[in-house]
Ligand binder design. Structure first.
Ligand code: NI
Length: 173
């Protein structure tokens, strides 16, 4: 397994709509394992394939935050929200592609998501709490949407400028 470099906003690849996965290959399984390792190492609770520069509809997540509970690494291929609650939740979200920036985002509190797993089986699950927020945030990545796109243009610009500065600093190192 390899930790992959995570793209930092602004990057045109983070704004693209990712292509559906058409075949579950050994290469795709290896990429999923890399993505999980990259996410855990960051550390983060979710990572979408476009964040490592792969424009495919695949994401990984594990929202178990309690270190006393077993980890629950999940890989979702071609995920789709098939139902969303009318009730909403506000979470202070962050993103591995937008380091150290956090902002409140309002989303449906519960969602039902359908996806394909790494064995090619169809799966469906009802997500609540942090899992619901995380899966929606990651599916947004597959559609070229970042959490800052929910903010006012002014806030978004401010964060984007900070990220441009961060990228310049990193490039000099
Ligand atoms: Ni993100």
């Amino acid at each position: 397994m390899t930790v992959r470099p995570i793209l930092i906003h602004p990057d045109p690849r983070l704004k693209k709509v990712a292509e559906p996965v058409t075949a579950i290959t050994d290469e795709l399984r290896a990429t999923a394992a890399d993505m999980l390792q990259t996410m855990y190492e960051a550390p983060g609770i979710g990572l979408a394939a476009p964040q490592i520069g792969l424009l495919k509809r695949m994401l990984v997540m594990d929202c178990v935050k309690d270190p006393d509970l077993p980890a629950r690494p999940m890989v979702l291929i071609n995920p789709e929200v098939v139902w969303a609650s009318e009730s909403t939740n506000t979470y202070e979200e962050g993103c591995l592609s937008i380091p150290d920036q956090y902002a409140d985002v309002v989303r449906p509190a519960e969602v039902r998501v359908r996806w394909t797993d790494l064995e090619g089986a169809a799966r469906e699950e009802h997500f609540t709490g942090l899992w619901a927020t995380c899966v929606q945030h990651e599916i947004d990545h597959l559609n070229g949407r970042l959490f800052i796109d929910y903010l006012t243009p002014l806030k978004r610009q401010l964060i984007t400028r900070k990220m441009e500065k961060l990228k310049r600093e990193r490039a000099r190192m």
